[in-house]
Design a protein around this ligand. Sequence first.
Ligand code: UD1
Length: 365
Amino acid sequence: MLIDIIAGARPNFMKIAPIIHALEARKAAGGELRYRLVHTGQHYDARMSGDFFTQLGIPDPHVNLEAGSGTQAEQTAGIMVRYEKLLTDAPSGLCLVVGDVTSTMACAIAAQKLQVPVAHVEAGIRSGDWTMPEEINRMVTDAISNWFFTTSNIANDNLRRAGIADERIFFVGNTMIDTLLANLPRLQAPGFWGQAGLAPGGYFVVTLHRPANVDKGGAFIRLLGAIAEGTRGLPVIFPVHPRTAKTLQALGDIPASIRLVEPQPYLEFNYLVRHAKAVITDSGGITEETTVLGVPCLTLRDTTERPETVSIGTNELIGTDPAHLKPALDRLFAGAWKKGGIPELWDGQTAGRIVQHLERLLRPA
Ligand code: UD1
């Protein structure tokens, strides 16, 4: 049985890597599942894509749909047209999608319309915020998936409330954490570590790319000012996403303690996170990594689809008002940040559990 594994954008790559490794291990042990790795081309730069394949030992994609950038609709349509053609020319027995990026939704729709079953890894999470394209992608993908692999009991409850039968929901844990735990010994300092004067616990990491935070120059510069003030002159390392770079170019001077760097490869980025005093971000996935690493995380959003990173982990929702940053950072500097724990089944074994379920679900009748 052939499975398509879909990967399109940066946050997908760390989620598919352990599933591919688990499938290969089962194949070597006589398992019958085979996979075809389909890269949609949503992210195409080496910094956003290729570096992750190399560092995480992901094989070259069997197919690259080369869909590229565009508006939400252009990107969705481009991926759907190209993936539909692939499935028509060379059929597959399952479409496995991960996460919540546009590629996830687009491939799920194309597959299900051709009656190819869809399995969604990281199903059921919800922020309730319909202004984020990721929330629409999650809702649409979950509405048309056959099988749901989940990271939390909250996700299970969200799916049940949407009428999904228990037999289709599999609480397996978090593949992103499989990758993090497997790579902990391999994390490596980025080249600028020494020159930037970084020392463990002596700097902050910032990542921002949500339109609400970065698309309006005036608000963005106020936010950067609040970050510099609240972090009290310590170095702030800011790996800049391509979308954020566009706004930054027009901004002029930014505070001196904030150091802009290229998007970092996986091993360097998580080295920076692991040793940071804290992370300030508007990402979702990073809040899971900081939770497992026990690093304080301040999320500059009003909602999260990953509430367990707040209720169990080290994450706190600060909102998008820059005025809220300083009081939170003052608590951090006072040593009063919560310690946090690790959510159930975020144990590094998730991909193996997924492959076991797939072998049972896809066994010929
Ligand atoms: C996407 C995901 C988001 C994820 C983020 C992380 C969706 C809806 N959003 O957002 O969940 O957190 O990736 O990386 O899928 N660009 C490049 N080089 C690239 C890729 C993109 O320059 O390799 C540019 C594009 O031209 C575009 C911008 O970055 O102008 C945004 O890219 P896009 O993939 O549309 O969405 P992201 O904002 O990256």
